[in-house]
Design a binder for this molecule. Structure first.
Ligand SMILES: Nc1ncnc2c1ncn2[C@@H]1O[C@H](COP(=O)(O)OP(=O)(O)OP(=O)(O)O)[C@@H](O)[C@H]1O
Ligand SMILES: [Mg+2]
Length: 248
């Protein structure tokens, strides 16, 4: 973790920021004047009710939703409206909330797709091998069609595939959804490991307590607006956040 739990100031240059972003789909507006900043090497967690716009926020960063006004900045560069391909090349990777594997392709082929921005295939194949060392479960089933994987195996594949580009920033939309408790712990352990290695992470998490407890910074989104920002601990201890969003 890059900041201590008591550090409430954000004085350094953020790796990613959204400034007054209003966005949605075509003429539909979902996010209203959203501003967030994420410090390098932090884990940031976004929580909020169903339909509040959490996935739309991630999509607005990555070019899957339409930014109607405002700016998205990555490492001091304006990336507003850039395509997912450009963002991937910029070492930002994204694990979508919904299943995004190619079901008719094997695990191996899916992994290689995650590295398609590499200049040569050999580099991608080497990277896949490195990741199989880290995720032996996937190495064992590399020739299996992705459509036949269990939910947990599929989530692992999505996570590993997002690592193909050795990302500086990872957007993870509910990485543990649908997994049994021991796999959830596994996913969170991976997230902390990745973070320890220097990857900045923006996480959407349904289990707000769990998400905030690993987060350096937390954001609460409701009705397309940021309602609270603070360290993970501050939000966990905030009486109003607890009452409204943590079911406490
Ligand atoms: N492709 C789309 N076109 C039009 N409206 C959309 C689209 N995707 C989402 N929406 C709408 O945007 C709003 C926010 O949805 P979003 O998926 O961002 O919420 P969420 O906070 O991620 O919810 P959940 O917790 O259920 O995943 C919803 O009203 C949804 O119906
Ligand atoms: Mg969502």
């Amino acid at each position: 973790m890059a900041t201590s739990d008591t550090d409430t100031t954000t004085t350094t240059d953020p790796i990613l920021s959204m400034d007054d972003v209003t966005s949605g789909y075509g003429n539909t507006t979902v996010l209203h004047d959203v501003s967030i900043a994420i410090e390098e090497e932090d884990v940031a967690c976004l929580i909020g009710p169903n339909g509040s716009g959490k996935s739309t926020l991630m999509k607005s960063i990555y070019g899957f939703a339409d930014v109607q006004s405002g700016t998205v900045t990555f490492r001091d560069e304006d990336i507003t409206g850039r395509s997912p391909q450009e963002n991937l090349r910029n070492r930002i990777s994204y694990v979508l909330q919904d299943a995004s594997v190619f079901p008719n392709m094997t695990v191996q082929e899916n992994m290689l797709m995650g590295g398609y921005v590499f200049d040569d295939d050999e580099q991608a194949a080497e990277r896949a091998e490195t990741l199989y060392d880290e995720f032996p479960v996937l190495g064992d089933i590399r020739q299996q069609k992705a459509g036949t994987l269990s939910g947990g195996q599929r989530r692992l594949l999505e996570l590993a595939r997002a690592l193909m580009v050795d990302p500086d920033l990872m957007l993870l939309d509910e990485p543990s959804i649908g997994l049994e408790p021991r796999f959830i712990d596994d996913v969170f352990e991976r997230i902390e490991q990745l973070n320890d290695l220097g990857t900045t992470i923006l996480l959407v998490e349904q289990n707000a307590e769990k998400g905030l407890s690993v987060a350096d910074r937390g954001f609460v989104l409701a009705s397309g607006e940021i309602k609270f920002t603070g360290t993970g601990t501050e939000l966990l201890n905030n009486e109003e956040v607890g009452r409204l969003y943590l079911g406490g």
